[in-house]
Design a protein around this ligand. Structure first.
Ligand code: 3HC
Length: 288
């Protein structure tokens, strides 16, 4: 598959990453199907895209009117229907290997034989996901960052059997949606960015768990003194505390007590209305 042959894209998952990726792909002019397992999830994802595209269009950041962009998006629940014409599938399902393998096994069955099968996994092995298919040379990592519409970088990750042709077409596709790709040439846990962010986030969580400093103090230190756009706790609330939890588990790292506490309480960040900070009733971060 060559990048010029990609016209129909399917995104699997309508959560934060799935709807964000769908939006970016549609803004770039591709026809895209967004699929999730329940109609409510797909509808919620579509509403989030609508809110975002309308805002970006009003501000002139997106040059077309919102309707034109939204018209390129179809929503679907049935997997076979969603992927049967896809040139490129970007999977953004929950971070559990069994779920990913089931999906890739279905993709092997239902997608056109030359389709590129990409995973947006942040921590799972591309090589292992690819074993669920009979075409591991067409399986690649395509890792976006949250929120996809605002974050420029996309990691293009080689699994052990990914063909150069697949990785190159994926890289060029990322450029075509106005993002900046980098190749990750080895399928290491966390790839490049999460390998660096992991210890940063762990250190912050252990410090708070051990009473060294408060959440607000750590976030304020990193934002006001280090110049980061967000502190580690604010960032976890944005990306989802459960995502960081699964990444740590997958990497065999110990879970800091404060993280375990939030996961047990199902306070997972902005998406549940509460995480390290309380977002209900218009709330948000409390550091100054
Ligand atoms: N669509 C449209 N508009 C949006 C929007 C969206 N998705 N998100 C925010 N906006 C709007 C806001 O509503 C606001 O509009 P207003 O001025 O009219 O009120 C405007 O954009 C500015 O918003 P903010 O002041 O909140 O935010 P900034 O634009 O300054 O930056 C940010 C937001 C890009 C998220 C920045 O804080 C940032 O870079 N944070 C770090 C994010 C990061 O590191 N992400 C990577 C996480 S790791 C990851 O994803 C890996 C995974 O594997 C876990």
């Amino acid at each position: 598959m060559n990048v010029d042959d990609i016209s129909q894209v399917t995104v699997l998952g309508a959560g934060n990453m799935g709807h964000g990726i769908t939006e970016v792909v549609a803004i770039a002019g591709y026809d895209v199907v967004m699929r999730d397992i329940e109609q409510d999830l797909v509808d919620d994802g579509f509403e989030s895209i609508k809110w975002s595209v309308e805002k970006l269009s009003e501000k002139g950041i997106v040059s077309e009117d919102a309707e034109t962009v939204l018209d390129r998006i179809d929503t679907e629940v049935d997997l076979e229907t969603a992927v049967s014409d896809a040139d490129l599938v970007i999977e953004a399902a929950p971070e559990q290997m069994e779920i990913k393998k089931d999906i890739f096994s279905d993709l092997d069955e239902f997608t056109p034989e030359d389709a590129i099968l990409a995973s947006n996994t942040s921590s799972l092995s591309i090589t292992e996901i690819a074993t669920a298919t009979s075409r591991p040379e067409q399986v690649v990592g395509m890792h976006f960052f949250n929120p996809p519409v605002k974050m420029d970088l996309v990691e293009v990750i080689y699994g052990a059997e990914t063909a150069d042709e697949t990785a190159e077409a994926t890289y060029e596709f990322v450029e075509s949606i106005d993002k900046t790709p980098i190749y990750v040439r080895k399928d290491v846990n966390g790839f490049v960015v999460n390998s660096v962010l992991g210890p940063f986030s762990d250190e912050a969580a252990w410090m708070v768990s051990e009473g060294v400093a408060d959440i607000e103090a750590v976030d304020a230190a990193m934002v006001h003194r280090r110049g980061y756009p967000m502190g580690p706790f604010e960032l976890s609330d944005l990306t989802g505390i459960d995502i960081g939890y699964h990444v740590r588990k997958e990497a065999g790292r110990d879970i800091p007590p404060i993280v375990q506490e939030k996961v047990d309480a199902e306070d997972l960040g902005q998406k549940t209305g509460r995480g390290y900070y309380d977002y209900e009733d218009g709330g948000g971060t409390t550091y100054e």
